[in-house]
Design a protein around this ligand. Structure first.
Ligand SMILES: [Zn+2]
Length: 213
């Protein structure tokens, strides 16, 4: 564990560019709307447009060491994105084994890693980072989840937000891509989010899917 923290700190310290854009933060004063009970899927229905025949782009993900419960939440976020992306782009999970030599020509994966007990405070305001996503030069990158800060928050929502950054989009005013964690507004891939992805990747938004609330 200590080695892993050292490794991730070391890697982050080497990374260029603006570090703030990829952070999802939470307020130390508590989450907005935290008193409202999450709807737990009620009303979160996705559109169901005809899927593309084949994925035009595969985005490989490597999931680091998480508890089975945490891993399940990460996989839920990945599956929801694959449904929303509707076959035009597809996240695939790659294993950590040495089998990668055969796939040397495949693009480098994004690694989802847990870090404990560290993580920057993010200015402005009394906030702390829940997670951070940083591309690496060339391809792939790192998603660091500050796992001991998640608490009762939904790890699936946090990872779903960060996967938006993996796809190249920035923060929005509200909804999934808001920079400040919200317990009820970040439970699915909303139309503003998928519209931003479509614009970034030159896809047609009406061929993708989004949740309708
Ligand atoms: Zn973010």
């Amino acid at each position: 564990m200590y080695l892993r923290i050292l490794t991730s700190s070391f890697l982050l310290s080497l990374l260029p560019g603006c570090m703030e854009s990829g952070y999802l933060v939470t307020s130390l004063a508590g989450d907005p709307g935290a008193a409202v009970r999450p709807a737990q899927g009620a009303g979160l229905r996705y559109t169901n447009h005809r899927p593309a025949a084949t994925a035009e782009e595969i985005v490989p993900l490597r999931i680091g060491s998480f508890t089975p419960g945490h891993r399940a939440k990460i996989l839920r976020a990945v599956n929801e994105w694959n449904g929303a992306l509707n076959g035009f782009v597809r996240f695939t999970i790659v294993e950590d084994s040495g089998a990668s030599a055969a796939n040397a020509r495949q693009s480098r994966p994004w690694s989802i890693m847990a870090a404990e007990g560290i993580g920057p405070r993010v200015v402005p305001g009394p906030t702390i980072a829940l997670a951070h996503t940083q591309p690496l030069p060339g391809s792939g990158g790192l998603m660091i989840v500050y796992i001991d800060r998640i608490g009762t928050r939904d790890l699936g929502s946090v990872v779903m937000h960060e996967l938006g950054h993996v796809l190249g989009i920035g923060h929005g005013e509200k909804g999934l891509m808001a920079a400040l964690y919200h317990p009820t507004d970040q439970q699915c891939i909303d139309k503003a989010t998928i519209t931003a992805v479509a614009a970034k990747r030159r896809l047609t938004v009406d061929q993708l899917n989004w949740c309708e609330t």
